[in-house]
Write a new protein. Structure first.
Length: 230
């Protein structure tokens, strides 16, 4: 979003309030409405008008089990001044209403939860972010992505990986059972092979049963910057 000296707050407010409505009104009404509410300086009105004409409609959709993905989704939506919805609030037919769809899902049981919505229904432009406890710098996500998205779609989608956290006291009984089984599998595998375990598995074993929070708002910057260039 451009910043106009002395008008940053006014521009930000009306942009946030109008973005969802823009997709539902014809261009003449949009321009008239924006100009009547924009700051009075003529040159500023002209720059705002140009931005309105070129603005892309963006939506952030997420599926979060314990809150970390929801928080990242809200941070991203705030940065892009876009609406944010939980996946259950969006119908497949609505996806094409937006120029850019940003989908975020937590990593559970080898999958990106809720990703079926965007994996099986067309979007004009799709950006995906995953959230998990493992360090993205040391994690191979290729198998997980292949399970959730077709190879054709993966060639068109930009994917970002963000680090979340986990609090075992908040896990459901089913999820606790799954984590317990996974712990046993990792321990058994490492003893059987005798090889050094991966960094991802090390973090898993070190944090098992406790509470860790690796969330970092600064890590959304590459995603936000990318969306602004689309």
């Amino acid at each position: 979003m451009p910043h106009f000296a002395g008008f940053e707050s006014e521009y930000s407010v009306y942009l946030t309030e109008k973005r969802v409505k823009w997709a539902k009104k014809d261009d003449v009404k949009i321009v008239t409405g924006v100009l009547s509410e924009a700051p009075g300086h003529a040159s500023v009105q002209l720059m705002i008008l140009q931005e309105v004409i070129n603005v892309k409609s963006i939506v952030v959709i997420y599926k979060s089990k314990y809150g970390t993905t929801k928080q990242y989704a809200q941070w991203i939506a705030d940065e892009l001044n876009s609406p944010v919805f939980e996946v259950s609030q969006i119908k497949p037919s609505q996806l094409k209403n937006y120029d850019v769809v940003i989908y975020g899902g937590g990593l559970y049981a080898g999958g990106v939860i809720g990703a079926r919505l965007v994996a099986e229904n067309p979007c004009n432009s799709l950006v995906v972010f995953t959230v998990g406890a493992a360090d993205p710098e040391d994690t191979d996500y290729s198998e997980i992505l292949a399970k959730n998205f077709s190879q054709d779609l993966l060639t068109k989608v930009k994917v970002f990986h963000l680090r979340g956290g986990i609090d075992y006291t908040k896990l459901s009984l089913v999820h606790k059972g799954m984590m317990s089984m996974l712990k046993k599998m990792v321990e058994k595998s490492s003893k059987k092979s005798g090889a050094e375990i991966s960094n991802e598995d090390k973090v898993f074993l070190e944090t098992y049963g406790g509470k860790v929070d690796f969330m970092d708002m600064a890590t959304i910057k590459p995603l936000v910057d990318y969306v602004r260039t689309i």
